[in-house]
Design a protein around this ligand. Structure first.
Ligand SMILES: *Cc1c(COP(=O)(O)O)cnc(C)c1O
Length: 382
């Protein structure tokens, strides 16, 4: 129950266990082509160009920035924490002049009006938003932010690494230009794939650039013909694709689409509500400052008074892996629980039960044993 790599379905693992397919193998070509089509559907972006490249989420971020930014371009970072800082770091490395709009405090969401005021000031090529900041479990108001960028002719890049296929997102309808993620979070595949869906507007901006892309491996010019070829049922080679992982991705994306995107978003909301009911029953305070900015893919929860980061080990001893803090300002003061991909009512009850027992063992006995499990159960039954 950590916020990635997540628990992976048996059929997805099974797809990894066969003979390693060659990248020119007819079966693999069909699988890769289908996975690309499915990625477009998962992003709800029928008009977008999908990219599947060997690497992690950080490469997905760099694949967006390296192709859209030229030295001297201005970029607006809607900053909610650790991964927004990383995006700024990548932007600066590629020569962007970065302006931050920061949330008022750790755990609060950025103010849409403030972002709009910056956008109105003009001059930005691109805006980035972290859909769910995994360091704070803050869910950014992506829809109005992306629409504001659109309105001002600014490219909108959304880091969905802890959100895609878990949090509601309608790339085409909202007008986002890049939605990017990695295989090991809500997409439900082992780590190793950078995934992007790119709007025709962003492709046009990339084609119009004057400066060469400052990376060969990250250059869309290398990858676009490969993606187009595989989708057209033809092989192509630039750099060897991670063939086994692509097969696993295809299976997982198929499962995601079989569940249905709206049903999947709703299941994540339901599981998150049950977790929040449990945190509240335990008297614990969330890092997100209000319910409407709390992510549905993970929880970030402050330790109660008298309990420290050793709780993570105590929960592990009860049979469940959770994660410690990540945001540098509050790192030793809170823990994180991932609840994405296959998360089920059973996972909620087992996890809450383990945390409740570990808190008791750590001397936090404000509630009768079972209170938090009952609260989660009531939320799941509601
Ligand atoms: C995990 C994560 C990343 C980085 O992904 P890696 O696969 O670890 O490189 C970027 N952004 C967000 C929001 C994340 O949760």
């Amino acid at each position: 129950m950590i916020p990635g790599p997540v628990d992976v379905d048996a059929d997805v693992l099974q797809a990894l266990s066969g003979p390693v397919p060659g990248h020119l193998d007819a079966g693999f070509i069909a699988t890769f082509g289908r996975a690309l089509k499915r990625l477009r559907e998962v992003s709800l972006a029928p008009g977008a160009q999908p990219f599947v490249v060997s690497g992690s989420g950080t490469l997905a971020m760099e694949l967006a920035v390296a192709n859209l930014i030229e030295p001297g371009d201005r970029a607006l970072v809607v900053n909610t924490g650790y991964f927004s800082d990383r995006m700024a770091h990548i932007l600066e490395r590629h020569g962007a002049k970065v302006t931050h709009v920061r949330a008022a405090s750790v755990g609060s969401a950025p103010d849409v009006a403030q972002v709009e005021a910056e956008l109105r000031g003009g001059g930005f090529k691109l805006m980035t938003v972290t859909h769910v900041d995994t360091s704070t479990a803050v869910l950014a108001p992506v829809e109005p932010l992306v629409k504001a960028a659109r309105q001002h002719g600014v490219l909108a890049v959304v880091d969905g690494v802890c959100a895609t296929a878990g949090e509601a997102f309608h790339q085409d309808a909202w007008g986002a230009d890049v939605y990017l993620t990695a295989s090991q979070k809500a997409v439900g595949v082992p780590p190793g794939l950078a995934l992007l869906t790119v709007s025709p507007r962003a492709i046009a901006a990339w084609k119009a650039r004057k400066a060469p892309v400052a990376s060969v491996y990250a250059d869309w010019a290398e990858w676009l013909p490969i993606m187009e070829a595989y989708e057209a049922g033809k092989p192509a080679y630039f750099a060897t694709p991670p063939t086994s992982l692509v097969c696993a991705l295809d299976v997982s994306l198929g499962q995601i689409l079989a569940e249905g995107m709206e049903a999947r978003f709703e299941r994540h909301r339901r599981m998150a509500r049950a977790f929040r009911a449990a945190w509240s029953a335990l008297g614990l305070k969330l890092v997100p400052t209000s319910e409407d900015v709390a992510a549905n893919t993970l929880s970030a929860v402050y330790y109660p008074d008298g309990v420290d980061a050793s709780l993570v080990g105590r929960v592990k001893a009860q049979g469940v892996a959770i994660a410690g803090g990540l945001h540098p300002e509050i790192k030793p003061r809170y823990f994180r629980v991932g609840h994405m991909n296959r998360v089920s009512p059973g996972d909620v009850l087992v996890t809450v039960g383990a945390i409740e027992r570990a808190l008791h063992a750590a001397g936090h006995r404000t509630a009768t044993a079972g209170t938090a499990v009952a609260a989660a159960q009531a939320a799941l039954s509601g």
